[in-house]
Design a protein around this ligand. Structure first.
Ligand SMILES: Nc1ncnc2c1ncn2[C@@H]1O[C@H](COP(=O)(O)OP(=O)(O)O)[C@@H](O)[C@H]1O
Ligand SMILES: N[C@@H](CCOP(=O)(O)O)C(=O)O
Length: 328
């Protein structure tokens, strides 16, 4: 459960008084997520009448989100929303402020979007996710903001160094395996592919769906300026395997690739680089999960994610037939 900061209901009610959002009816900590503290709020609605209720997300920023980056995320979501992407708005209080402090943390009130996150995507759902990512990349064109990816290849080296030999406590031999993979990526990472703002974490839990339709893309807190096709590789690694990484679903991958290509298109150079981008994506999530595995206090109210599920994906990508990855 990702609630790192507990906020008494009275304090949330007082926080809401700054907005035209009504009074607090209920506040529930949200179990999903690992980065920030999230609450689902129900309010009376602006007219103050119980029953005319509205829902909001209250997010308190923890861990990897730097407060200085929040204006980038807010402007990005404004830009994408104005171009038809289904992304949540950050809500301004009566003085026009979107960023607040609550319980000693930076905090924002965010539009609630309907939909559920699928756990076993069908090919049709993977296709819709691919198309939503392609549309996001299209809509991101012309966005003036820039943000460096702290979890780029240099960031993976730094993270691996911070994990050090503790990686071997997760699985014997993991530290040298990671070192070898970093060396391979240093030698094979593509140099000059198109860049844009990317989501960088478009896992199924960050895509809200109703049936086969995408109703919302959320959790932009890793979004940054980086290689566009790397975003598709991250999405591929998250959508095309069983959770534990042991089973690969080729049909989902072909559908994801088709959806993306339809909405945005991939150049020959992007296709050729895709296997290396997938290896990078798998290592990135292996390392952040491994770091959290080693460093999360035993009493934290959060479910740690299994780093080995990403080692299995990495092993798959290292051996895969490149032609197979996005279907013929
Ligand atoms: N705008 C939103 N609308 C609806 N649900 C949301 C929204 N933002 C977050 N959630 C819910 O909260 C959960 C955690 O949010 P997320 O941003 O993924 O957290 P974290 O940044 O901690 O990983 C999501 O899985 C989803 O269930
Ligand atoms: N998607 C990452 C963890 C980040 O969590 P999220 O809830 O913000 O997507 C992973 O699975 O390792």
């Amino acid at each position: 459960m990702a609630v790192y900061t507990h906020v008494p209901a009275e304090d949330i009610d007082a926080f809401l008084a700054r907005y035209d959002a009504g009074r607090l009816v209920s506040a529930k900590g949200i179990a999903e997520g690992v980065e920030n503290s999230n609450y689902l709020l129900e309010t009376t609605g602006p007219d103050g009448q119980a029953g005319g209720g509205q829902r909001y997300i209250l997010t308190l920023y923890e861990k990897r989100v730097d407060e200085a980056d929040l204006p980038f995320f807010m402007d990005l979501l404004d830009h994408l929303g104005a171009r038809g992407c289904r992304v949540p708005r950050f809500i301004a209080d009566r003085d026009g402020r979107r960023l607040q402090q609550l319980a000693g943390r930076p905090a924002c009130l965010i539009e609630f979007l309907t939909g559920i996150s699928v756990t076993e995507p069908t090919p049709a759902q993977a296709r819709a996710a691919g198309a939503a990512l392609g549309s996001l990349h299209k809509a991101a064109q012309g966005f003036a903001g820039e943000r460096r990816n702290a979890l780029d290849k240099a960031g993976w080296h730094a993270l691996a160094a911070r994990c050090g030999e503790d990686l071997d406590q997760i699985q014997p031999g993991l530290a040298p395996r990671v070192a070898d993979e970093l060396a391979w990526l240093d030698a094979h990472w593509p140099g000059d592919l198109p860049h844009s703002v990317i989501h960088a974490d478009l896992f199924p839990d960050n895509v809200l769906m109703l049936g086969d339709e995408v109703t919302g893309l959320i959790d932009f807190y890793f979004s940054c300026t980086d290689v566009r096709a790397y975003d598709l590789a991250v999405t591929h690694s998250a959508w095309c395997f069983s959770n534990d990484g042991a089973t690969w679903f080729g049909e989902r991958a072909a559908a994801l690739g088709a959806g993306y290509a339809e909405a945005h298109g991939l150049t020959e150079a992007e296709r050729a680089a895709f296997p290396a981008l997938c290896r990078g994506a798998a290592l990135r999530f292996l390392l952040t999960r491994a770091y959290d595995w080693i460093n999360t206090p035993a009493d934290a109210l959060v479910t740690r994610k299994d780093p080995l599920a990403y080692l299995r994906r990495l092993d798959f990508y290292a051996k895969a037939d490149p032609a197979e990855l996005l279907g013929a």
